[in-house]
Each structure stands twice: as structure tokens, then as C-alpha cells.
Design a protein around this ligand. Structure first.
Ligand SMILES: C[S@@+](CC[C@H](N)C(=O)[O-])C[C@H]1O[C@@H](n2cnc3c(N)ncnc32)[C@H](O)[C@@H]1O
Length: 333
């Protein structure tokens, strides 16, 4: 299903703004608490809180930070391709999600941001010469796995941060990012970067999770990482300056379209760069300073709780698969 501007972005913006104003979080867990946002004067502190992704709603999201994500993938990279992807991100889904990216020529230049072990890059090089493709990720452990893949020989594989891309403005024909936005502390900043590095008329395709509606799934999602609502994606793209913003729903076949548990790969959002140069959107300083030291006890707590909550999402596709086997075909599950 493709949706253009049908997501009432005005309403989405209002909901977002309201969510941001409801910021509450325990002190010492990396939250900008209501009374002390980095010691800034009150109006500045409020502005900073409102632009902080951690401040969207009152969700802890223990792994939606670069340091936690780094350590998360330090371990997950060992089993990522074989244990995680088969439940959430199959080859069929990948090809379906990449279809709106319009990879029609082998000569297109493409960057795959948060490309990890190269699973999505493998889908890209089916259409585009590997020499024209750049895979960027913040995890050296994930990139090591990508380097071992024969089909990715020729691809430029490099470390980098999605929120601060090491490329000149107006560089690529396509920007692809699959399953990475949920770890970015400031998704709007990442999408603004997508706009900047694309050439005029270039297309960005961000594939990512969707927010669950079932209460238990919502609880674990909120504790783990960012599961945006569909209208949030649309809003981020439009604010960054993209035109023709569209959202396509995706999901594993055996879910039979069920979305109440949320999906780690639930939609593919595309937009076209409207004008040459940087995005018209102005943002303040980065939400997270990775070079800043963290309290190791706090970090360990966040990391362990976040990882336990992530484990719930290893079980959901198994549960859905069993249901698909049991419930007669054609019936809702
Ligand atoms: C779920 S994996 C997706 C990997 C790959 N795109 C795929 O389709 O299988 C998420 C990836 O995003 C990367 N990541 C998280 N935060 C990032 C950031 N700020 N900059 C670059 N990569 C990041 C992680 O290291 C991880 O490899």
C-alpha cells in the first residue's frame, strides 16, 4: 500500500509537539529532566528538550543511543544475519521495500546508511554496480561481516555516523537506510543528512519500524528503541525538505498483514530532493555527544534492560509464525 500525503501531517505535527511537551524521565539515565536541561537558561532548555528525540513522549528507549547501539551490535553482529533477519527482514521483504527506491540503472550512485552486515546492500547490488555503492555504519563489528560477503566486493565500506555523514552535499543519486533509524538519537537530523547528501532529484528511502498498538508490545518497544508512527516518518521527511513523500507498508508474509505488535521493518518511506544544496531545516546542536564519558553503572543498566526488552521481539515473529501455521488460510490471525 502506498500512501502519499494521506497521513494528515498537520495532525501528526500537533501530536508530536504535544508528545514532546510531556517529557518526563528519571534523572541519571540520560534524560533531559524537566527542571535541568544541561544547565541552560529556561527557554533554551525547553527548546533543547523539544528538539531532543529522547524527549518525544515519555519513553525510556534504552538502546536508542549511539553508545548503547554500538555495544548492542558488538554482540548482535555475531548472530545478526542468521538469527535476527529470518524473523523480521527476509529477502522478499527487502526487495519489496527497495522497490520504491527506483534502482533502475546500474550507474546510479547509492549510499546505504546503517548498512550493517550488508543485507540490504546485497539487495542494492542486484540493480546497481557495486563500485557505485557505499555502505556506511557506526559498528566496525557489523562492517567486518559485510566485508566477508563476496557479492559486496567492490562496495566502499566505511565507518561513520548517520547523523553526520562524511560526504559532500549533493553527492548521491540514492540514499537508502534500512532498520537503522530506530537507533538514531535524533532521527530528524539523520533525515536532514539524507537530504543534504543527495543530488537534486535524488531519492531517499528509509526503511524502519512501526509503532505497536498492542499494550505489551508497546511496553517492550518503548523500553528498547524508537518505533516511530507512520505519520512521524512523513513529518520528518517533509520538514527536511523532501517532496513526493510516500510510505509503503511491509511485513513478513506469515504476519498476514497484522501490525498490532509493531514491526521492526514495517515501512519503506521515500522522498525526492526538491532543490540543490543543504536541507532548509535548521537544527540545534546534536542530541548526543558520544565523546562524553558515561557512568558505567547507568550504562550497564540501560544496556541490559534494553537488551532484555529486545529479546521480546525475537519471540514475536515466532509466535506469529506458529499462528500462521495453525489458523486456516484466509482467516484473520
Ligand atoms: C538492524 S541493523 C540494520 C543493518 C542493515 N541495514 C540491514 O538491512 O540488515 C541497524 C544498523 O544500524 C547501525 N547504526 C545504528 N546507529 C547508527 C548511526 N548513528 N550511524 C550509523 N549506523 C548506525 C547499527 O550499527 C546496525 O548495523
Amino acid at each position: 500500500m502506498a500512501m502519499a500525503s494521506t497521513y494528515a501531517p498537520g495532525g501528526g505535527a500537533r501530536a508530536l509537539a504535544q508528545g514532546r511537551c510531556r517529557v518526563r524521565g528519571p534523572a541519571g539515565l540520560g534524560f533531559l529532566g524537566p527542571s535541568k536541561a544541561a544547565g541552560l537558561p529556561r527557554p533554551l532548555a525547553l527548546a533543547r528538550r523539544m528538539s531532543s528525540p529522547v524527549a518525544v513522549g515519555a519513553r525510556p528507549r534504552f538502546i536508542q543511543h549511539k553508545k548503547e547501539a554500538f555495544w548492542f551490535y558488538r554482540f548482535l553482529s555475531i548472530v545478526y544475519d542468521h538469527v535476527i533477519n529470518p524473523g523480521h527482514w527476509t529477502e522478499d521483504m527487502r526487495d519489496d521495500a527497495l522497490e520504491p527506491a527506483d534502482l533502475f540503472s546500474r550507474h546510479l550512485t547509492v549510499v546505504d546508511v546503517g548498512g550493517g552486515t550488508g543485507f540490504t546492500t546485497l539487495g542494492i547490488v542486484k540493480h546497481v554496480n557495486p563500485e557505485n555503492v557505499t555502505l556506511l555504519d557506526q559498528s566496525p563489528h557489523q562492517l567486518d561481516k559485510a566485508r566477508q560477503k563476496e557479492a559486496l566486493k567492490g562496495v566502499t565500506i566505511m565507518e561513520g555516523d548517520a547523523e553526520d555523514l562524511p560526504f559532500p552535499t549533493d553527492s548521491f543519486d540514492r540514499y537508502i537506510s534500512a532498520g537503522s533509524i530506530e537507533y538514531w538519537p535524533d532521527p530528524q537530523r539523520g533525515i536532514k543528512e539524507a537530504y543534504r547528501v543527495l543530488r537534486f532529484g535524488g531519492l531517499a528511502c528509509v526503511i524502519g519500524p512501526v509503532y505497536p498498538t498492542f499494550w505489551l508490545s508497546r511496553f517492550f518497544a518503548d523500553m528498547w528503541m524508537l518505533f516511530p508512527k507512520e505519520e512521524e516518518y512523513i513529518e520528518w521527511f517533509k520538514k527536511a525538505g523532501f517532496r513526493d513523500v510516500k510510505l509503503k507498508r511491509i511485513g513478513p508474509k506469515w504476519y498476514r498483514g497484522v501490525r498490532r505488535h509493531g514491526l521492526i521493518m514495517g515501512c519503506s518511506v521515500t522522498g525526492v530532493k526538491r532543490e540543490r544544496g543543504d536541507s532548509p531545516l535548521e537544527l540545534g546542536p546534536k542530541a548526543e555527544d558520544v565523546s562524553k564519558p558515561v557512568n558505567p553503572i547507568t550504562f550497564l543498566f540501560r544496556f541490559l534492560v534494553g537488551t532484555i526488552c529486545a529479546a521480546y521481539y525475537v519471540l514475536v515473529p515466532i509466535y506469529m509464525w506458529i499462528k500462521d501455521q495453525i489458523v486456516p488460510k484466509g482467516m484473520p490471525i
